[in-house]
Design a protein around this ligand. Sequence first.
Ligand code: 8X3
Length: 251
Amino acid sequence: MTKTVLITGATAGFGAAAARRFVAGGWQIIGTGRRAERLAALTEELGADRFHAAAFDIRDAAAIDAALAALPPAFAGVDCLINNAGLALGTGPAQTSSLNEWQTMIDTNVTALATMTHRILPLLVERRGAVINLSSVAASYPYPGGNIYGGTKAFVRQFSLGLRSDLIGTGVRVCSIEPGMCESEFTLVRTGGDQAAYDKLYQGAHPLQSEDIADTLFWVATQPPHVNINSIELMPVNQAFGPFLVHRDAN
Ligand code: 8X3
C-alpha cells in the first residue's frame, strides 16, 4: 500500500524538498501551507494523485480540523507526520525584540506544532506511523539573537523525546531533526527580506541545502519498524561551536 506523509510548511525550503524526495521514494503527500499558489505549483509538478494540497494557516486550529475533515479518501490515512512549519523572526537581542514576533514564533513553532500532532496522533497509532519534528541546533546551543527561537526549538526537541515515552507499545516512532545553517527562505523571513544579509551569511560557508534535510527525513522515515532514530543534529562542515562570551568591564 502506498504510504502517506503529511508535511506542514510544504510551500518552500525543507517542506517542498521533502515533498519531492518522498514522491521520488514512492510515497504520496499531504502538503500544507499558507501560499495556495505554491501548493498548486507543487500539485502540478508532482501530480494530483501524489500530492494533495491543503492551504491554510497552521496557527488556525479550526482550519486544521477543516482541512483534515476534507481529505479525499485516498489520502485519509497518515503514516508519517513531518512537523516542518516554523520560523525565526529577528536576530537582535531579547531586550530590544518585538513581542509580536515572539508571539508569532511561539504560536507557529510550539502551539501549532502541538495542535497538529494532537490531531494526527490517533491516525499514526492506527498505522504504527511516525512523527518527525523539525527542531534546530538552536535547541541545544544558545547564541546571541536566538532567544525565543531557540526556546521554541528546545520545546520541539523535548516534546519529541516525551512523545517517545508516551507512545511506547504503539509502534509509533518519533524523531527530532536538528539542523544548523541551511540555505533557504528561512533566513529571508528571519531578516525581514534582507537579501544582502542573506548573501553575507552564506558566503563561503557551504551551508546545508534543503535537499540534504529532505534526504535525512526520508532516511529516518524509511528505517525498519523496530528502529527509532531519536534525534539527528546536522551542520555544514564550515559551521561549528564558538567560545563562551565574556564581557569585561572597563575598570
Ligand atoms: C536555525 C539554524 O544555525 O541558524 O535553525 O541556528 S541556525
